[in-house]
Design a binder for this molecule. Structure first.
Ligand code: NAD
Length: 261
């Protein structure tokens, strides 16, 4: 499989799953626009490493995924600097854990903006080019929480369920344009996002770190193993391939059996 001559935008790709997806797409020959927060020197190191490791072009755009105008400008930037946005991976996301009645209103707004509305703004901006070129791939990093709920994650669960609906709607609107839209729904993947929510979950549930890891996080995952970033990236790359041309509107679980029914 080759993605040579394809240009990809991966949001939230300075860390974790997004960085691994960006590198995996580059390994197949795609040029990449990376996005996300972090220390400028670290981001530049990752950007240059993608170019050096895979011989592709890689540009960075620091658009804040809670700002619609910056998101539209990021897609424009990909079209200007790379030539197009053929592949859009909506991956940026944050988490906050708290009982509903104490959930900070600004955290709710931020999670809905970054985990859900950002995908709308990016898809909205990228679709005209995909339709015109009659080829496109939208991959949305959703979550097992796009299918099932957990207590204390109201904003995240709501945003991810919404992302699954947006993804299906885009699939239907793009169906006759050679472009697909799908969700990848991981269970617990060992990344900074998961690591960061351990103290919050310890506080919300009055548990130790070990209890959170084994009794809360992996309790839901029948395999009792974390998903790896490489496994998620491999699925994203497959969804961008020609072999996946007829997979659209799907929400594919990669969760060690968590959501098996
Ligand atoms: P991470 O914290 O390692 O990475 C998140 C990325 O998003 C970073 O690059 C960060 O800079 C970026 N980001 C955050 N806020 C942003 C903003 N306002 N604008 C631009 N970029 C922003 O997390 P991760 O675990 O790699 O998560 C990536 C995606 O995978 C998220 O959507 C998350 O919900 C989803 N997910 C993660 C898991 C898991 O267990 N780690 C499971 C299911 C789904």
């Amino acid at each position: 499989m080759s993605l040579k001559s394809r240009n990809a935008v991966v949001t939230g790709s300075t860390s974790g799953i997004g960085l691994c997806i960006a590198r995996a797409l580059a390994a197949e020959g795609a040029n990449i626009l990376i996005n996300g927060f972090g220390a400028a020197a670290d981001i530049e190191t990752e950007r240059a490493k993608i170019e050096a490791d895979f011989g592709v072009k890689c540009v960075y755009d620091g658009a804040d995924m809670s700002k619609p105008a910056e998101i539209a400008a990021m897609i424009q930037n990909a079209e200007t600097k790379l030539g197009s946005c053929d592949i859009l991976v909506n991956n940026a996301g944050i988490q906050f854990v708290s009982p509903l009645e104490e959930f900070p209103i600004e955290k709710w707004d931020q999670i809905i903006a970054i985990n859900l509305s950002s995908a709308f703004h990016a898809i909205r901006a990228a679709i005209p080019g995909m339709k015109a070129r009659k080829w496109g791939r939208i991959v949305n990093t959703a979550s097992a929480h796009s299918k099932v709920a957990s207590p204390f994650k109201s904003a995240y669960v709501t945003a991810k369920h919404g992302l699954a609906g947006l993804s299906k709607t885009a699939a239907l609107e793009l169906a006759t344009f050679g472009a697909t839209s799908n969700c990848i729904s991981p269970g617990y993947v060992w990344t900074p996002l998961v690591e960061k929510q351990i103290p919050e979950t310890m506080a919300a549930r009055h548990l130790t770190k070990e209890q959170v890891m084994h009794d809360v996080l992996l309790a839901a995952q029948p395999t009792k193993e974390f998903v790896t970033v490489d496994q998620v990236a491999a699925l994203a790359v497959f969804l961008c391939s020609d072999a996946a041309a007829q997979i659209t509107g799907a929400n594919i679980s990669i969760d060690g059996g968590w959501t098996a029914e």
